[in-house]
Design a protein around this ligand. Sequence first.
Ligand code: ADP
Ligand code: MG
Length: 247
Amino acid sequence: MTEALLDVRNLHKSFGALKATDDVSITLRKGEIHALIGPNGAGKSTLIKQIAGGLRSDSGTVHFAGQDVTPLSTVQRARAGLGRTFQISSLAMEYTVLQNAVLGALGQSGRVMRFFAPVMRQAELRDEAMRALELVGLAEHASKRTADLSHGQRRQLEVAVVLTLRPKVFLMDEPMAGLGASGSKEMTGFLDTLRAEAPILLVEHDMDAVFALADRISVLVYGQIIASGTAAEIKADPQVRVAYLGE
Ligand code: ADP
Ligand code: MG
């Protein structure tokens, strides 16, 4: 068994009396896609935020690439290589595709940096941005206005923005949301190629995508992981069938 790149241990987060995550442990290994599924309100987004650092955990730890990143901020975790894509688009629609990618390369939260980036670095940033656009298949659209991209292409651009930070893992919260059948299929193919760049912790409702992509699946219900295994194991698990698949 390969050592886990991301090792999340015993995370808890309560909102008042509600235990959104209740002792969640999950790992992500090199090269894999680990899908996290579960009904609405199960705590999936909360968990992703706890791992990315945007939400402080009540207890538990996040180890990443051999380092305990629990005390680190979101920005520090992102710099360490935790690449998170957002459910809500952070793209500047009037900017070109390349400009958005360059802004990404400047550091997603480096607002000060954006104004003081040394001129010397500009060619380097552009190269980094172009590399990311090539990886997501948007290089030929580099000079297009972002607003003129399709919904699916914008998702890919969001991934490119994260890619400019050279992430060691991806945390994705419902990348298929709102894409429609053909868009989801395209995104599925895209994520399948992206796993070569970095493993993916994938929160997703689209079960076709999950079963096509995931090496492992964990099922979160009421803040607790009730099952974890391969697609075949998850499909056959009676507890999962009752709690989630609605059988
Ligand atoms: P999922 O992504 O699985 O649909 P969430 O993690 O968004 O679930 O939410 C888990 C539970 O925590 C839900 O009951 C939700 O209403 C609650 N919750 C999430 N964020 C907050 C918050 N900031 N304040 C209060 N309750 C929250
Ligand atoms: Mg959610």
